[in-house]
Design a protein around this ligand. Structure first.
Ligand code: PAF
Length: 288
C-alpha cells in the first residue's frame, strides 16, 4: 500500500482475491490494476508505475490466458519467469500479485464468453480468429475478481486497448481505463515478451518495423495526409527487408479504429509481421 512497508502478497485463488478486493474497497482504498501475461519488461513496469501513482493499492495479475491463443499459436511456449516477475513487481512496490491456475479461471463446464463485435474486426482480428474474444472474456473476469477502480493497458496492443474500452462502456464496468505509451528498446524495437523468441539476426530484421513506421510518421509530418499513400510507403519500407512476412499495415482512427482515407484526427498506423515465424506488432500514433 502507498507509503507502507508491506511485502507483496501472492494470491492464487479467485475467492481470496475477491475477498481482499472487498476489504480494500471497504477501507476506502482505490485499487489500481495491471493485467499481464508475465515475462515482464519495462513496458509492463511503466504501466505498474502509472497505476501506483493513481491508486492506494496496486494489483498485478499474471495469467497466460489459453483462450486468447489460437490452434498452432505459441501458448505452450509463451515465455514464463514467475520468480523474475515477482522480484520486478516487488521492486515496484506492488501490493498484490494475482497468479491463478487455468483451472481456477476456467473450471470444467465453463461456457461464458465476451465478444466485442466491431472493434475486434480487421487488423489482428483477421489474423488471430477468436483472439479478442479470449482477451475480452479474461479481462471481464479479471475485472470482476480484482474489482479495480482504475486499470492500465499498454498502447502497444492498440486494438486490444480499444476492445477493452468498449467492454467497459458496453457492460457498464465502473472502471477507468488508462493507457500507457508504447515503450521501445534503445534501438527502437517495441518491447514485447515475444522478442525473446528472436534470433540475433531476427532481432535486426525486426527493427525494420520501427524504421518503417518512423518513415510513415515523417511523411505525415511533412504534409502527406492521404492514408493510402502513407500505408504504401510503410509497406514498401517493411517489404524491403528480406525475411519479413508482412501481415498488415493500416491507418485507422485512433479513437474508434474506423478506417480513414485522410489523416485529420489522431490516427494510428499499425503493423503486424512475421519475422522467422515470430509474430510482432507495432504502431505509431499520428497527430497527437
Ligand atoms: O496484453 C496482455 O498481456 C493480455 O492480452 C491481457 C490483457 C493480460 C489479457 O490476457
Amino acid at each position: 500500500m502507498k507509503g507502507s512497508e508491506n511485502k507483496m502478497e501472492i494470491i492464487r485463488k479467485v475467492k481470496e482475491m475477491q475477498e481482499i478486493s472487498d476489504r480494500l474497497r471497504h477501507e476506502g482504498k482505490k485499487i489500481g490494476f495491471v493485467p499481464t501475461m508475465g515475462y515482464l519488461h519495462e513496458g509492463h513496469l511503466s504501466l505498474v508505475r502509472k497505476a501506483r501513482v493513481l491508486s492506494d493499492a496496486v494489483v498485478v495479475s499474471i495469467f497466460v490466458n489459453p483462450t486468447q491463443f489460437g490452434p498452432g499459436e505459441d501458448f505452450e511456449r509463451y515465455p514464463r519467469d514467475e520468480e523474475g516477475d515477482k522480484a520486478k513487481l516487488e521492486a515496484e512496490d506492488v501490493d498484490f500479485l494475482f497468479i491463478p491456475e487455468a483451472g481456477e479461471m476456467y473450471p470444467s463446464g465453463y461456457q461464458t464468453h465476451v465478444e466485442v463485435t466491431e472493434v475486434s474486426k480487421g487488423l489482428c482480428g483477421d489474423f488471430r480468429p477468436g483472439h479478442f474474444r479470449g482477451v475480452a472474456t479474461v479481462v471481464a473476469k479479471l475485472f470482476n475478481i480484482v474489482k479495480p477502480r482504475v486499470a492500465v493497458f499498454g498502447e502497444k496492443d492498440y486494438q486490444q486497448l480499444l476492445v477493452i474500452k468498449r467492454i467497459v462502456r458496453d457492460l457498464n464496468f465502473d472502471i477507468e481505463i488508462l493507457s500507457g505509451t508504447l515503450i521501445r528498446e534503445e534501438d527502437g524495437l517495441a518491447m514485447s515478451s515475444r522478442n525473446a523468441y528472436l534470433s540475433p539476426e531476427g532481432r535486426q530484421k525486426a527493427l525494420s518495423l520501427y524504421r518503417s513506421l518512423l518513415k510513415g510518421k515523417e511523411l505525415y509530418e511533412t504534409g502527406e495526409k492521404d492514408a493510402s499513400v502513407l500505408v504504401k510507403a510503410v509497406q514498401k519500407s517493411v517489404e524491403s527487408t528480406a525475411g519479413i512476412v508482412l501481415q498488415y499495415v493500416e491507418i485507422r482512427d485512433a479513437e474508434t479504429l474506423d478506417r480513414i482515407e485522410r489523416v485529420g484526427k489522431p490516427s494510428v498506423i499499425a503493423v503486424a509481421a512475421l519475422i522467422d515465424s515470430v509474430r510482432l506488432i507495432d504502431n505509431m500514433i499520428l497527430g497527437r
